[in-house]
Design a protein around this ligand. Sequence first.
Ligand SMILES: [Zn+2]
Ligand SMILES: [Zn+2]
Length: 230
Amino acid sequence: MNYCLMCQGRINEYFDFAWVLSLQQPRKSFLCKNCHNNFMILINHPNCPGCGRRMNKKELCVDCKKWEKIYDDLLGNTALYEYNEAMKTYFERFKFMGDYYYFNIFNEELKTVIQKKYSKGWLYVPIPLSFQSFQIRMFNQVEALFSGLKLTDLLVVKSCEKIQQSKLNRRERLTMSQPFILNTHSGVKVEATNIVLLDDIYTTGRTLYHAAIIMKNAGAREIKSITLAR
Ligand SMILES: [Zn+2]
Ligand SMILES: [Zn+2]
């Protein structure tokens, strides 16, 4: 018997038609149907082609119009879910209470989406954690969410970076200077490669665009991103 990670209730396995027709091995569920319904799937709704934010129709949001003026190419972020109350609770438990096991809830889904959208010829580059955050949490939540994929560590947080993003307000976050440098020890040539940046939450886009600049300067050809939430 499985128990739901969010509410600890029993999970009655449910098999929909899609599953029956796909003839796949049943996947282990980590959420009951009620809790699953509390998460808002974005990719089936009209959304902003720049960041994945939910919109009334497919058009660039205000934030992305700003990014478009600063950068030539938008990241075309794919976000799986809306950052709503359920997602907030999820991240409180996973990130701030540091419960590693919670990566399981979305891991399969993230892997499926990324492998469908960016299969051959793309490098998967996770947003790194500062040394200080790592010491608190003891794991990188982005690497956990995307575990099972071949990840390439091309980014390092500058050692002077002591600020935790979650402690900054929106304005401070937007003006924060470049926190990353290129990982010269990776042994991977970035020139002319296609990169998918991986992060947990797309908030202002600042972190991902910082990362994108490093990749662009290192000679990457195309740079996209994917996040669990927006
Ligand atoms: Zn539940
Ligand atoms: Zn947008």
